[in-house]
Design a protein around this ligand. Structure first.
Ligand code: N2P
Length: 355
């Protein structure tokens, strides 16, 4: 082969490989790579593997995070994902900061199964960027053998009686929400004196040895194992911990009377998605009622899909942790993006943990 012919054929081969990877995040097996970034313990692994079986041209690369802030920091640091699962206030922020791709909902026909009350919410008024995934409340999980008094107030987390037996959630918005609601303020408080008051309360809780640990996903093992009396958890984690077979029958869950956070977690596509078709197929698959029902039966969170809720049946529909009553929901607030106050919340939270 003449030198020029050789150079030409090598360049063509390289170009071909490049084209394969550039068009749709391909890999050497010729499959499209779909990079998914979700919360820990937030998908049934069988649901994920079944998606790959049904879509042999797609390989899912799956990573997890344990807070909205951690997820965004990773993106800020340069990590790239195609599909992500932010909560509502983070969707709001990601829209503003131009992280998200506008969705073509015609590519996600299973959206028709989502209950209207979970669509067009304030953080994304026309669901231009997000599809609902799950929802739930923040509350207190407690061990009835260690706590015999009624648990109906966040105040119990600041009581000396349970020193060293309280697990707080390692998340700025959730921990601040606990303190703010206890003090009678909003979970989206903007008044800096009130924020300081909430921070001081959390700092004192730590200084006085009340906090056993700040945890995220591992709180479930700790509570099932009977290692703490009280923990701040999301409702879905409470469901798993209280499960008759895998959980601990001594555990109970309460949404305190002062009110709490009601959250809506969502599926979004990042603006620099490299596998758009795969992303739509994945999202549509997760919205399939049978898949969504299996998934929430595994993860323990509530579903926005009315069809999936029907499949879950009476036990789900009548469970107050999965389906809080109107009165409980009425005292909950949804997080909003804090805009320029985000830094103030973060600084307060960092100083609490440094106590
Ligand atoms: C699951 C975390 C759920 C996120 N481990 C609640 N917004």
């Amino acid at each position: 082969m003449k030198l020029w012919t050789r150079i030409l054929s090598v360049s063509l081969a390289l170009l071909f490989c490049f084209a394969l990877t550039a068009c749709g995040g391909g890999d050497s097996s010729g499959k499209t790579t779909l990079r998914v970034y979700n919360w820990g313990d937030y998908i049934d692994p069988d649901v994920l593997s079944e998606f790959e079986e049904q879509n042999p041209d797609i390989r899912v690369v799956y990573d997890t995070f344990d807070s909205n802030e951690g997820m965004l920091a990773k993106l800020d640091g340069g990590a790239r994902y195609d599909v992500l699962f932010p909560s509502e206030y983070m969707v709001e922020k990601m829209i503003q900061e131009d992280w998200l791709m506008e969705l073509d909902l015609s590519k996600i026909p299973n959206v028709e199964y989502i209950d209207q009350r979970f669509l067009n919410l304030a953080f994304d008024p026309e669901n231009k960027y997000s599809v609902p995934y799950t929802w739930g409340t923040l509350g207190i999980l407690y061990n009835t053998t260690m706590v015999t008094e009624p648990v109906d107030s966040w105040g119990i987390l600041f009581s000396e009686e349970y020193a060293g037996k309280i697990i707080m959630y390692d998340s700025v918005r959730d921990s601040m929400a606990v303190a703010l609601k206890y003090l009678g303020y909003s979970v989206n408080e903007h008044d800096e004196a009130r924020l300081k008051e909430a921070g001081d309360l959390l700092a004192k809780q730590k200084q006085n040895g009340l906090v056993k640990a700040y945890m995220t996903d591992t709180v479930k093992e700790a509570m099932i194992g009977g290692n703490a009396a009280l923990a701040v958890v999301y409702s879905g984690d409470a469901v798993l911990c209280m499960d008759e077979t895998d959980g601990n029958a001594d555990l109970a869950y309460a949404v305190p009377k002062e009110g709490s956070n009601l959250f809506f977690d969502n599926i979004v596509i990042s603006k620099d998605c490299e596998s758009l078709d795969a992303a739509y197929r994945f999202i549509n698959y997760l919205c399939d009622p049978a898949v969504a029902a299996r998934n929430i039966a595994y993860i323990g969170y509530s579903t926005p899909s009315s069809a999936a809720a029907q499949i879950m049946g009476e036990a789900y529909l009548n469970d107050p942790v999965f389906m809080p009553d109107e009165e409980t929901l009425a005292r909950c607030e949804v997080f909003l993006d804090l805009g320029s106050l985000t830094g103030v919340y973060n600084r307060i939270w960092e100083s609490v943990k440094l106590q």
